[in-house]
Structure formats: C-alpha cells, structure tokens
Design a protein around this ligand. Structure first.
Ligand SMILES: [Zn+2]
Length: 169
C-alpha cells in the first residue's frame, strides 16, 4: 500500500465507502472500510481505530488507576481486622497493710485469704481494683520502696493511701 494511501486511511478516511457487509465495526453508521488486516487485526476504519487507541490509553493511564484506587479503597473499607484480643483486667482488690514502719500495697482476688497470710499490724484499707491499679500504686510510691511491695510508711505515703481508702468508702 502506498504511504499516502495509508496515512489517508489512518487520519482522514474519507471516500472509502464500505462494501456492504464489510464496513468498519465501530458502528453500523460508520461508512468506511476497516483498515486492511496487515495493518490492524481489528476491523475498524482509521478514524475509529485512532479513537479506540486514545480511549485505551485513557483507560490504562487514568481510568485503570482510578479503578485500582477504588478497588484498594473498597478492600480497605470492607476488610475489618479481627478484633484485638484484649485481656479483660481481672477485677479484684488492692489492699494496704502496715507492719511497723512499712506499708505493703498488693493485689488480690481474695482479700480475706491474702491478709490472713501476711503479717501485719494494721489493715489500712481494701479497695476494688485491678493488677493495673496495683502497679500504678507501685509506680507512685517507687521512691519509698524498701523491698518487694513494701514501702516506707512515711507520713505522705500514709496520707496518700488513707485519702484513697477514705474516698473508696
Ligand atoms: Zn469507522
């Protein structure tokens, strides 16, 4: 095929009226011949092949990206991670006992039994609480720590404890 003829068909396909039943497949109303098979396997005229090419480029570069983004967004929206396994804090009691000039802050689920095991001169108080509450107390009193869970029964320590015990009723 002469070059001028090819460019003519690709860009400005005028005058190539289709043989009936063998016209460009873009639409029934396209009056042109499809490009020869050695140029395109798709039976479109030059004008419609170019449009298809431009559409395909758009589809790949933009719509495809949009579709991917939507797909990922949908995945993110519909995918619910399994609920984290959270340990429910065990409810128990934080107890405060004094022995001499030392005070112990501990956690137990069974105050009667626990206090029966521990030497003490005074039960300052037993309040509802968790392990975490006990640990918060240990952090609070860390400067007064003697050993284990025993702390110096300094006036400010005792005041702090008695205040919380009094509020807990
Ligand atoms: Zn056409």
């Amino acid at each position: 095929m002469a070059e001028s003829s090819f460019l003519h068909q690709m860009g400005n396909p005028t005058g190539h009226l289709a043989v009936r039943g063998f016209h460009c497949r873009a639409s029934d109303s396209c009056p042109y011949n499809p490009l020869p098979r050695e140029i395109s396997r798709i039976a479109l005229c030059g004008k419609h092949l170019r449009e298809a090419y431009e559409d395909a480029q758009d589809l790949i570069s933009e719509r495809w990206d949009d579709a991917c983004r939507r797909y990922v967004a949908d995945l993110q929206n519909t995918f619910k991670p399994p609920p984290a396994i959270t340990r429910r804090p065990r409810q128990g009691y934080v107890y405060f006992i004094r022995f001499g000039h030392r005070v112990k802050v501990g956690f137990t689920e069974n105050p009667n039994r626990r206090l029966g095991e521990l030497p003490h001169e005074e039960v300052i108080g037993v309040v509802s609480g968790t392990r975490e509450d006990e640990m918060a107390w240990h952090a609070l009193l860390t400067d007064f720590r003697v050993t284990g869970e025993w702390y110096q029964a300094e006036p400010e320590v005792m005041a702090q404890i008695r205040s919380v015990v009094a509020k807990a009723g």
